[in-house]
Write a protein that binds this ligand. Structure first.
Ligand SMILES: Nc1ncnc2c1ncn2[C@@H]1O[C@H](COP(=O)(O)OP(=O)(O)OP(=O)(O)O)[C@@H](O)[C@H]1O
Ligand SMILES: [Mg+2]
Length: 237
């Protein structure tokens, strides 16, 4: 049984293998990875540079697909090889935060927040209010009509974090979200990200080098030689 009282995980991946074909020959990045995320759970994934963290996160979010293995959402098989299925599932169920905020430079803060909403349909007064509420809660109410270039890196990343939650996704995937920010600002944004996860009841998978941030998660997993290993928080130095 998990937090939500269900024995079926929200998202599970089994026997995931990922081999990149390159001119120099094949590169196996993931080997028999098993992963399971419960509703409302936060998992941090750590590992050295090049260990395959982004590759795994992209597979979990259907931005990439595995060479072998299967993914299930609430027990249902996810056919990521069907692009339309993958696109629809991703738009509805997954929010992303990347290291680089990936805001559209010609869109205002408010319009960037509303991008995921527009991808699924029209902006309603409810979604408009939700975006304004996020801006207010982030202390950016007066920035609604500002372009990303008129905001600091931390402010832009705050918008990117809130944007990931706009469609009430089941899962937010964050890849080294605060790696470009100084430690203090990154710390504040970490609080914001985990705060949103709590208030929205969203599951979270965060890839990070920042052990302080990783400790906020319910579980920490480490990618070593293509396999995921559980990490005991007290063993982290
Ligand atoms: N499209 C690709 N084609 C070939 N090799 C790739 C491709 N994408 C990633 N790789 C290789 O796969 C390995 C894992 O890359 P990945 O980006 O997942 O690592 P990472 O753990 O996220 O690293 P970092 O901490 O530096 O972001 C690396 O050796 C990388 O060079
Ligand atoms: Mg990476």
């Amino acid at each position: 049984m998990n937090k939500s009282g269900s024995s079926v995980p929200l998202l599970s991946a089994s026997n995931i293998r990922k081999v990149f074909t390159r001119k120099q020959g094949p590169l196996t990045v993931l080997e028999n990875v098993d992963f399971s995320l419960d509703e409302g759970e936060a998992i941090a994934i750590i590992g050295t540079s090049g260990s395959g963290k982004s590759t795994l996160l992209n597979i979990l979010g259907s931005l990439d697909w595995p060479t072998d293995g299967q993914l299930h959402h609430k027990g249902d098989f996810l056919n990521f090889r069907n692009k339309a299925v993958a696109d629809r599932w991703r738009s509805k169920k997954v929010g992303f935060v990347f290291q680089n905020h990936m805001l559209l430079p010609d869109f205002t803060a408010l319009d960037n927040l509303l991008l995921p909403v527009r991808r699924l349909g029209d902006v309603t007064s409810e979604t408009h209010q939700r975006a304004l509420g996020f801006l207010k809660n982030m202390g950016l109410a007066d920035r609604a009509n500002h372009l990303p270039g008129e905001m600091s890196g931390g402010e832009q990343q705050r918008i990117a974090v809130a944007r990931a939650f706009m469609n009430r996704p089941a899962i937010v995937l964050a890849d080294e979200p605060f790696g470009n920010l100084d430690q203090e600002i990154g710390g504040h944004l970490g609080e914001m990200l985990f705060g949103l996860r709590d208030t929205e009841g969203t599951s979270l998978v965060i890839v990070t080098h920042d052990l302080h941030l990783a400790r906020r998660a319910d579980r920490i997993l480490e990618l070593v030689e293509g396999r995921l290993k559980p990490v005991i928080k007290d063993d982290l130095v």
